[in-house]
Design a protein around this ligand. Structure first.
Ligand SMILES: C[S@@+](CC[C@H](N)C(=O)[O-])C[C@H]1O[C@@H](n2cnc3c(N)ncnc32)[C@H](O)[C@@H]1O
Length: 359
């Protein structure tokens, strides 16, 4: 019976080792066997749980951020609200509910959901019955003068990464090959390492990692936002400063697993290199405030007030759930510091909400 593993084995036999980014792309997005075609990837019953799935407060505050940003763009009477990788559609559902109190915002917003997985697109269509939503597999071709607000939660970490290893005086690219019909890591010569200068030495076994897809996406978005006006907000995990090292990982049933076993059955991710992506956005002409921890970001947007408001209408068990969700979203032991908020924008008449100074 065909499986992603047999397809990958056939591709290696025919063309030689697969680079890590190609392996990750197939494992996550293969149209038939890719991980995101799988039932129940996200949520408490799935392999991992994301912030919008933890509490409605997350989406409501992101909704507020969008309204605030729209105001700072001069309240345009038409703009594109784009969500990248909406998963089960919960974040957008919470944003739509929260912003229903601001009809001018809702009337101005053309909602675009960019989702590569057919299965998840169908789930989103069932959940979100609003008339002015359009779905895309890739970032849509928007008018060059239409302001845009782009959001993405745990989208960037799903974009494939390349890795390079320094060994025996040379940087070589990490790839996947076959050994006795099992998938194994190998290292191949490559010209794709743009992390080190030509001839620059590393330490023996040092690993460097970056996502060409994330670089290209932020570059494209930075150029678009600079031209059309707008802002982008991405929340994800990774270090604020650019760092070296291997962060490629597989998650299955809320635990780490071996990324090379049964491809397509575990979520494959890597830490987002926020510092690197921020420099790309700034070089494209956008302004970007200092990258902020998710906890501090949500606190600045008023999560405590929302906790109190929701708790007043809740019974005792619900109050406990609200308090637990609050803690998980903002505390250092939870998602508060590992997860970061990263934003950039065209020139606005006031700083973006939730952040401190411009970096
Ligand atoms: C980790 S999930 C996050 C889902 C959701 N944002 C949440 O917070 O629950 C990653 C999402 O990005 C989508 N995705 C991954 N790679 C993509 C790509 N290249 N283009 C569009 N969507 C992609 C996945 O199908 C999935 O919906």
């Amino acid at each position: 019976m065909a499986s992603l593993e047999t397809l990958i084995q056939a591709e290696i036999t025919e063309n030689g080792p697969l680079t890590l980014d190609r392996y990750m792309e197939l494992a996550l997005l293969h149209p038939e066997f890719g991980y995101y075609q799988k039932q129940q990837a996200i949520g408490s019953k799935g392999d991992f749980i994301t912030a919008p799935e933890i509490s409605q407060m997350f989406g409501e505050l992101i909704g507020l951020w969008c309204v605030d940003t729209w105001t700072k763009l001069g309240s345009p009477n038409q703009f594109a609200l784009v969500e990248m990788g909406p998963g089960r559609g919960i974040l957008m559902e919470d944003i739509i509910r929260m912003t229903s109190r601001i009809p001018e915002f809702q009337q101005a917003a053309q909602i675009h959901l960019v989702e590569a997985s057919n299965r998840l697109q169908n789930l989103q269509k069932e959940r979100l019955a609003a008339p002015h939503i359009t779905w895309h597999k890739e970032f849509p071709n928007l008018d060059k003068d239409l302001p845009v607000i782009v959001i993405g939660n745990e989208f960037l970490d799903a974009l494939p990464v390349k890795q390079f290893k320094f060994s025996n005086g040379d940087w070589r690219e990490v790839a996947i090959t076959l050994h006795d019909s099992e998938l194994r890591y190998t290292h191949i010569s490559s010209s794709a390492n743009n992390l080190s200068e030509e001839g620059e030495e590393g330490e023996e076994d040092q690993i460097q990692e970056y996502s060409p897809a994330a670089d290209a996406f932020i570059q494209m978005l930075g150029n678009h936002i600079k031209l059309a006006g707008g802002a982008a907000l991405f929340i994800d995990y990774g270090p604020a400063e650019e760092t070296a090292g291997d962060s490629f990982q597989a998650i299955k049933d809320h635990k780490y697993s071996d990324p090379l076993i049964a491809p397509g059955t575990a979520d494959l991710t890597a830490h987002v290199q926020f510092g690197r992506l921020q420099s790309i956005a700034v070089k494209s002409g956008c302004a970007s405030p200092a990258i902020e921890g998710q906890g501090r970001f949500l606190e600045r947007l008023g999560i405590e007030a929302r906790v109190m408001q929701l708790s007043r209408q809740a019974n005792e068990a619900q109050q406990k759930d609200i308090a637990a969700a609050h803690k998980r979203l903002v505390s250092d032991e939870g998602m508060g510091t590992l997860f970061k908020a990263f934003a950039f924008s065209s020139k606005l008449n006031a700083p973006l909400a939730g952040f401190g100074e411009i970096a």
